[in-house]
Every structure is written in C-alpha cells, then in structure tokens.
Design a protein around this ligand. Structure first.
Ligand SMILES: [Fe+2]
Ligand SMILES: [Fe+2]
Length: 132
C-alpha cells in the first residue's frame, strides 16, 4: 500500500533508498494498526519509533549535506522542517502506552497519520524542490 512510485524518485540514489525505507516504515505502521491478533502493541510501537529516530538521523544528515553541497538557497527553511519532524517524534509518550491498549491503538493511528502526512507533504513537495 505504502511504497515508492516513479514520481517519488529524486534521482539521488542514497536519498531514494532512504525514502524507500520511510515508505516501508509507514507500511509497517499500517500493518500494525490493522493487526487484530496482537493485543499488546507496546513493544512494536517502541521498535517502530526507534527505527524512525534512526532513519531521521541518517537521512536528514545526508539530505542536509547534499543541499549544502549544491548550495541550495532554501536550505535553512528545509532544515527547520526536519527539526520539527524530530520534535514530533520525541513527543510520543511511550510510558503512557505501556499497559493501555486503547492508548496503543491511538498512538499507532497517530503515528500513521503523521508518517503519511510526511510522505505526501515533505517528500513529494519539499524534498522535490532541491531536485530541480
Ligand atoms: Fe527526505
Ligand atoms: Fe527533507
């Protein structure tokens, strides 16, 4: 469901690979949301969020280095959006979902909405600006 399509490619191999990873993580989040067999999703959520934090560290630093290398004029606004994404990830309160299954469902839904919004608005609109 969530996967790279031809129009998402920047043509920069490392960046495209990292974006592919974000689509995979969104797909995993979607699958976790629709998993009715797993009752306690706390560990899976914690795992997903730590994967996302990892993704963020490597991908954003690569992208920011690339923008610097081409002297992209709108780099600082772009970097601000990256920092905001990181802040939003940190807001997830993993303690609150530990034993509350309803909170877990809400957290996964929230995470999915957040990722889909990022895929559509950031990769498609903001990242594509430095490609041109
Ligand atoms: Fe990106
Ligand atoms: Fe970006």
């Amino acid at each position: 469901m969530y996967q790279m399509k031809p129009e998402y490619y920047t043509g920069i191999e490392a960046i495209d690979q990292e974006h592919t990873r974000l689509f995979e993580l969104a797909q995993q989040t979607h699958d976790l949301l629709n998993n009715d067999i797993l009752i306690d999703k706390a560990d899976s959520i914690t795992h997903l969020i730590s994967e996302l934090i990892d993704y963020t560290r490597t991908h954003f630093s690569h992208e920011e280095a690339y923008m610097e290398s081409i002297q992209y004029p709108r780099i600082s606004a772009h970097i601000t959006l990256h920092r905001k994404f990181e802040e939003n990830l940190m807001v997830f309160d993993l303690d609150a979902i530990e034993d509350d299954f309803d909170e877990q469902e809400e957290a996964v839904q929230h995470l999915l909405d957040f990722l889909v919004d990022w895929l559509i608005n950031h990769i498609m609109k903001v990242d594509m600006l430095y490609v041109k």
